[in-house]
Design a binder for this molecule. Structure first.
Ligand code: F6P
Length: 546
């Protein structure tokens, strides 16, 4: 493990202590008051990033809160840590790796050196190879084994090798080649694979096996099933497989072992974390769907947010502000979750994508130097596209007992203009944020003639914080900006909390135990079970019922 210099504990920092004291005062302050006293607030507490406007005025913050949060970020070394990331230092200390997803979208003019090698030319070489392949599939030049063109692309992967591709495909569907069908298989539950291929013909289907390690149980199991399915459909001809399988991985050895020609492998590097990989070769399905030019536009969008994050002072820095506001509510207001509410149907998988990005990154209970934290870290991220959520869980956000900071995401223009739909959609974004912030008092309810017994039920306390993130139109470039916005917000949080946002040891134990249990479930004779009595009993029940 790389060495970590022991740093001052977060809770001992002056800015942290000042924030704790300040939070006590802020508990009684309402957004109604803050807006009433400061007519310029709605305009002042906004920040413009590339392509995006962040309105953070409906947060329970004052100028003092913001300057303390900025001070905290400075004291925790946000600037220095950002430079360390961008220049390839091995900031993922528990895996002794650089963290360079920013290199995946760096222009050719940049130089980023890892272990003595400039990685930017390598990134562009892979992008060029991807573009050549994507063009061949899109044009029909890449033929299946029977000479038919590819009509279906099935991405097999899980976690970062699935959520990014599926989210980006859904988000950018408008820009996709509608003559191609895309499917995404992730779960080891055989239903996922069976349903994905049930209406597909093997001789028109291309499988992209996406796995950084090429050892992941789910992906390898699905890839083997796909191989069998394809072989069956192609008349059992092993040589036919080469035309129907490509791999995306960092592990050439395992790719070759699986039987995929490494000529048909698209590589990336150990400095790309799974959840930060949708803009690497893992995005091959995205590139086939939207074409290389659109993919490059997406990378440019990512890059513009990278530049903004690296160069803009914290007080005007969108990702830094977003990250710090989450720290504020998580650590000083006991907020346990953040709701991601995109008012854009194409972003329906964005909350799911952000769940891995945020929770696998900052769901940590020890600091970089291995000390147990004495404060809360990563909150639970969740959400659904608007307006659907309004008719299900918004009740709790408005009138429940928990504080749930919300991120509303909306666009000035729709990709599918249809009568008054878009104005209605956007009216709901603004109305929800307004209702959450300002609520409705008992007096206001009474003034409507509501019977006294019903008044408490109809009161909205308000003072419920939200960010509103607005952009003109959902484009490939905008999607890149949006993802990079959250990537760097997560980074900012991780720097303050002092955790390693780039490892994921928490997923290991369950994997190991499952491997042992698989044998016990499949054993032809009753195995000797040495688990706890609950697990033993569950395994016995399964064996006797399966
Ligand atoms: O189990 C967690 C994880 O390691 C994620 O971090 C990763 O995105 C996913 O599994 C898939 O890993 P791979 O791309 O190596 O198959």
């Amino acid at each position: 493990m790389a060495t970590v210099t022991e740093t001052k504990a977060l809770v001992d920092r002056e800015a942290w202590k000042a924030l704790a004291a300040h939070a006590e005062q802020m508990r009684a302050v309402t957004l109604r008051d803050l807006f009433a006293k400061d007519p310029g607030r709605g305009e002042r507490l906004t920040a413009q990033g590339p392509g995006l406007l962040l309105d953070y005025s409906k947060n329970r913050v004052t100028d003092e809160t913001l300057s303390l949060l900025v001070k905290l970020a400075e004291d925790c070394g946000l600037k220095q840590r950002t430079e360390a990331m961008f220049t390839g230092e091995k900031i993922n200390v528990t895996e002794n790796r650089a963290v360079l997803h920013v290199a995946l979208r760096a222009p050719t003019s940049e130089k980023i050196v890892v272990d003595g090698e400039d990685v930017v030319p390598q990134v562009h070489a892979v992008l060029d190879k991807m573009a050549g392949f994507a063009d061949r599939v899109r044009s029909g030049d890449w033929k299946g084994a029977t000479g038919k063109r590819i009509r279906n692309v099935v991405n097999i992967g899980i976690g970062g090798s699935d959520l990014g591709p599926v989210m980006a495909y859904e988000a950018l569907r408008h820009y996709s080649d509608r003559n191609l069908t895309f499917r995404f298989v992730s779960n080891v539950d055989g239903t996922d694979f069976a349903e994905a291929v049930r209406d597909l013909q093997a001789d028109e289907t291309l499988f992209l096996v996406a796995s950084k390690t090429f050892t992941t149980l789910e992906t390898m199991t699905n890839a083997h099933s796909a191989r069998e399915w394809a072989l069956q459909g192609l008349g059992g001809d092993e040589t036919a497989i080469a035309k129907h399988f490509v791999a995306i991985s960092t592990n050439a050895k395992e790719v070759a072992k699986f039987g995929i020609d490494t000529e048909n492998m698209f590589g990336f590097w150990d400095w790309v974390g799974g959840r930060y990989s949708m803009d690497s070769a893992i995005g091959l399905s995205t590139m086939i769907a939207i074409g290389p030019d659109n993919f490059r536009a997406m990378l440019d969008g990512f890059h513009s947010m990278d530049v903004h994050f690296r160069t803009t002072p914290v007080e005007k820095n969108l990702p830094a502000l977003l990250g710090l506001l989450t720290v504020w509510y998580t650590d000083f207001f006991d907020a346990q979750t953040v709701a991601i509410l995109p008012y854009e149907q194409y972003l329906k998988r964005f909350p799911a994508y952000l769940q891995q990005l945020t929770m696998e990154s900052n769901g940590k209970h020890v600091t970089l130097d291995g000390r147990h934290v004495t404060y809360e870290t990563g909150p639970v991220y969740w959400g659904e596209p608007g307006t659907n959520g309004q008719h299900s869980f918004y009740q709790l956000i408005h009138q429940g007992t928990r504080l749930i900071p919300c991120d509303f995401i909306g666009f000035a223009k729709t990709l599918n203009p249809l009568g008054r739909h878009h104005d209605m959609l956007m009216a709901n974004v603004f109305a929800q944020a307004e209702a959450l912030a300002f609520g409705k008092t008992a007096e206001e309810v009474r003034a409507e003639g509501v019977p006294e017994a019903l008044v408490p039920h109809k009161v909205f306390e308000g003072n419920r914080p939200s960010n509103t993130i607005l952009a003109e139109l959902l484009t490939p470039s905008l999607l890149g900006q949006m993802v990079a916005l959250y990537e760097h917000a997560v980074f900012t949080q991780g720097v303050v909390w002092g955790v390693d946002s780039f490892d994921q040891w928490g997923v290991e134990l369950g994997k190991v135990l499952a491997q042992r249990i698989i044998g016990e479930l499949e054993s032809p004779t009753p195995p000797e079970l040495k688990h706890d009595t609950s697990t033993n009993r569950l395994i016995e029940w399964y064996r006797s019922h399966k």
